[in-house]
Design a protein around this ligand. Sequence first.
Ligand code: ADP
Length: 451
Amino acid sequence: MKVRDKLFLAMAALVVFMAAVFLTLSEGYVEHLFQQYAWAARQGQIRQWVQLLAYYYEENGSSWNGVDRFIAAMINQQGPGRKGLGPLRFVLLDSENRVVAAFGVGPGLPADGEEWRVPVVSGGRTVGTLRVYDRSVEGLNRIEDTVLRSMRVATVAGVAATAGVALLTGAWLSRRITRPLQQLIEATRRIRDGDLRPRLPTDARDEFGQVARAFNDMAAQLEKVEEMRRHLMADVAHELRTPLTIIQGQLELIQQGVKPAGPETLLPIQDEVMRLTRLVGDLHQLSLAEAGRLPLEKRPTDLVPLLNRLVDNFRVEAEAKGVELALTAPETAVSFVDPHRITQVFVNLIGNALRYSPAGGKVDVSVAEVPGEVKVVVSDTGPGIAPEHLPHIFDRFFRTDEARSRDAGGTGLGLAIAKEFVEAHGGRIEAASTPGKGASFTVTLPAVSSG
Ligand code: ADP
């Protein structure tokens, strides 16, 4: 069913419901009003009867015997058609609720139509009850019927008129409500078909405005991701081209017999194959981390012995470069991490620091425990990073100096991987640098209290 039809049905149902409630309540009220009016009109007559009956009871030696004859006599005395004691219909009950006399009702109590109960009091004691059934004040019932009938007619007319208004309002409202929905459906279809440009008007201040804004944010995010994906494809293609060109060139030389297939010809090919393998491996790790599907075997890990081993492994390389490599650490610094992934992070950071430090430089790795966290800082005395490059340092394939990085064998993915891995552990990584004096990378990881 269309939203428009649903809206109309809901409004029509509401109108009918309100009319039914109104009719029920007002009929009850009008009836009550007429009853009250009838009571007011009959009150005097009933009182008169009650007094007469009490008088009879006292005079008859506190007994109702023969009261029906007394009643008949009283009515005859008034004469038919005269205002006074007739034409009430009533039943007289004694103090034990037995019927002692009836007038105009038959011998028993009628099952329905009971209207008023008036006690008959004699000497301060209730000696009987007068149940009065007849409330037909001259013409009153007719008036009541007329009033109720015209009320019903008015209500039905009102329902018809209001239903007409509801129909018009429903049509107008549904057009207002469904227009933004139509636009949303159209825009969603275009996005599904690959066109990420459609945006919705956001001037409405209601929920539709909110939906439109959320939709636009989503579309913008999709466009950004799509652009990143396109850039990544271009970057990957670019990164693959250089080693593949070198391999192809070398192989052609061998094929043409220009170079022999000796170890010195095959070595550059092997280098490039290794480079490609590393690149593919790095890309795989990065894509896993970015998709949030990096398998992590987290456990409480003391970072101090882990870094000690790492620094020892790098020592040979550092000495060969003439760079001093030092570790400053407390006794223990336990963090809840996957040791293999975290080793990868520090291999990338210490490797970079050594790579960019000139001979005579110094690479410092320091560990500090701050409340709830473990901080590891890797700093060097290399050329540092220019301030305009700092915000992009963790981007994929970012290199400040492409040629040099390529010579040094970097893929431009080391820092991107480090960032993704650290963040997958709920940690942070930050870079700081004074150009010309060196760079420092701070990794903050959640600590496991040793106590
Ligand atoms: P790569 O594999 O090329 O080193 P990274 O992602 O590790 O890629 O680093 C990206 C770029 O950041 C590097 O090419 C280099 O220009 C710069 N960089 C990284 N570490 C340092 C450092 N310690 N000192 C100066 N520049 C650095």
